[in-house]
Design a protein around this ligand. Structure first.
Ligand SMILES: NC(=O)c1ccc[n+]([C@@H]2O[C@H](COP(=O)([O-])OP(=O)(O)OC[C@H]3O[C@@H](n4cnc5c(N)ncnc54)[C@H](OP(=O)(O)O)[C@@H]3O)[C@@H](O)[C@H]2O)c1
Length: 180
């Protein structure tokens, strides 16, 4: 039986689309980390090698599919993919082989991988952080979206609290769905 799969991008970005400084995140939003966990549990995560380095380990209950052009790269708990087709193949195979898997492939970042996978995404679960950081010389960005291609809804808003900036959970849904 062929199960139809959907690719979903999960991202936290600032108002100016900055997602990190190239080595890690610029903010700490504990509630958002919990949300990312629940959005991604039971799914393969397609991520770039730099994002893998910034996390430093495989996230439990999910597959870590790591894109790198280095054919000799290997890390415990990671499935190496030399291009997006290989990443999709690993993801499909992992879903098919895993009882608790959900039929969603998560585009997990960072900037290069969001840009590469965005044409395949049907949905974006975004946390928009209410800051506009510089991000430094290696800043990573989420790609600009063509507003005409996406429906958009705001799901929830959180006010700033202490050191934690305000943020919103937003969902973008592609008007003309694509399959992976
Ligand atoms: N806020 C968020 O939601 C979020 C989510 C994820 C990451 N981030 C942040 O994003 C930043 C990292 O993003 P980034 O853009 O610098 O790096 P990245 O996208 O994580 O990884 C880039 C690496 O992926 C590999 N790669 C890229 N395109 C490829 C392709 N077509 N085929 C095969 N391999 C490919 C290359 O690895 P090799 O050099 O090994 O060949 C490249 O150096 C960090 O600051 C991280 O914290 C933020």
């Amino acid at each position: 039986m062929t199960v139809s799969l959907e690719m979903v991008a999960v991202v936290a970005m600032a108002r100016n689309r900055v997602i990190g400084d190239g080595a890690g995140l610029i903010w700490h939003l504990p509630a958002d980390l919990k949300r990312v966990k629940s959005l991604t549990m039971g799914c393969p995560l397609i991520m770039g090698r730099r994002t893998w380095d910034s996390i430093g380990r495989a996230l439990p209950g999910r597959a870590s599919v790591v894109m790198t052009r280095d054919a000799s790269w290997a890390a415990e708990g990671a499935l190496r993919a030399g291009d997006m087709d290989a990443a999709l193949e690993h993801s499909r195979d992992w879903i098919a082989a895993t009882d608790s898997a959900r039929p969603e492939i998560i585009l997990f970042g960072g900037g290069e991988i969001y840009a590469a996978g965005m044409p395949l995404c049907n949905r974006i679960e975004a946390t928009i952080v209410d800051i506009s950081p510089d991000g430094g010389p290696n800043a990573a960005l989420f790609p600009a979206l063509a507003a005409s291609e996406w429906d958009h809804e705001v799901l929830e808003e959180a006010e700033p609290e202490g050191d934690v900036p305000g943020y919103r959970y937003e969902r973008f849904t592609r008007k003309k769905p694509v399959t992976v």
